[in-house]
Design a protein around this ligand. Structure first.
Ligand code: IPD
Ligand code: CA
Ligand code: CA
Ligand code: CA
Length: 266
């Protein structure tokens, strides 16, 4: 029998330790490199934190598998077994430029089912935390289940570039949505945007492309609170692949999917 409470206690403890390593780096000069393009940043701290978690997991849970953004984990073809999906720093650009608005994100799955989700806003000291069927907490305060909201009174997290010319979606699809909601916000940290939907600070979040480490923890939080997590076509997410993301409160998800995202050929 898997002792989930033991895993949960260890994961939270390691997250706080990792956060201290990140905060200590604020006074150092970072080694900043680029990955797929000149704006896709990575630092030695991203790599160090991923290796820190992997070392702890391998020592304590040698049978568990790991997927990490910086590539120090396993390369997996199935979701069988227990898998830790880790983004050591989600929002690296914010980390480098602002020293805030980034998070550590860890989702732990068993045979594809989300069991523990942890998102830690290091600088604000806000830990969003879910264990399957036990609710979602922010710093140990329970978060409310997600309720229906009118589109005209909703705030949606999304990146402004999706309503300019881009290669993924016709701007004419998202522009009417942007016009009809109360407001849009863009935080540059997918995990925090999931956490903000969970906490009721946002009502929905849209991204045209995320990787499993960006959404693994957030998906567990949102689903535990009765929110809906799909891609932009309303399909379920694949834990091993990149995909578009559309999360929202119940009701609002259906309305946006059918009245906006399903319109047009894209
Ligand atoms: C990025 C952030 C950002 C999202 C990007 C991600 P990273 O993660 O979550 O908000 O728009 O798609 O790649 O690279 O900073 O961990
Ligand atoms: Ca990255
Ligand atoms: Ca990320
Ligand atoms: Ca990252």
């Amino acid at each position: 029998m898997t002792n989930w409470s033991d895993i949960d206690i260890n994961a939270k403890c390691w997250i706080k330790e990792a956060a201290q390593i990140i905060k200590n780096s604020f006074s150092q000069t970072l080694d900043i490199q680029t990955k797929s393009n000149r704006n896709d940043l990575v630092t030695e701290i991203d790599k160090k934190i991923e290796q820190f978690f992997i070392g702890k997991i391998r020592r304590n849970y040698p049978g568990h598998k790991i997927i990490g953004e910086e590539g120090f984990g396993d390369s997996l073809e199935t979701t069988a077994g227990i898998i830790w999906i880790i983004d050591p720093i989600d929002g690296t650009m914010n980390f480098v430029h602002m020293q805030r608005n980034f998070a550590i994100s860890i989702g732990i799955y068993e045979n594809g089912v989300g069991m523990i989700g942890l998102i830690y806003d290091v600088v604000r000291d806000e830990l969003y935390h879910a264990i399957k069927d036990n609710g979602v907490y922010m710093n140990n305060l329970p978060l409310n289940r997600l309720e229906e909201v009118k589109l005209s009174e909703s705030i949606i997290g999304m990146n402004a570039s999706w309503v300019t010319e881009n290669k993924r979606i016709d701007p004419a699809i998202l522009a009417p949505l942007v016009k009809n909601v109360r407001g849009t916000r863009s935080y540059g940290c997918a995990a925090l945007e999931f956490a903000y939907v969970a906490a009721g600070r946002l009502d929905a979040y849209i991204s045209l492309r995320l990787s499993p480490w960006d959404f693994a923890a957030g998906k567990i939080l949102i689903e535990e609170l009765g929110g809906v997590v799909t891609d932009l076509r309303g399909k379920p997410l694949n834990l091993l692949e990149q995909c578009s993301i559309f999360i929202a409160k119940p009701g609002l998800h259906h309305e946006i999917l059918h009245n906006y995202l399903h319109k047009g050929d894209w």
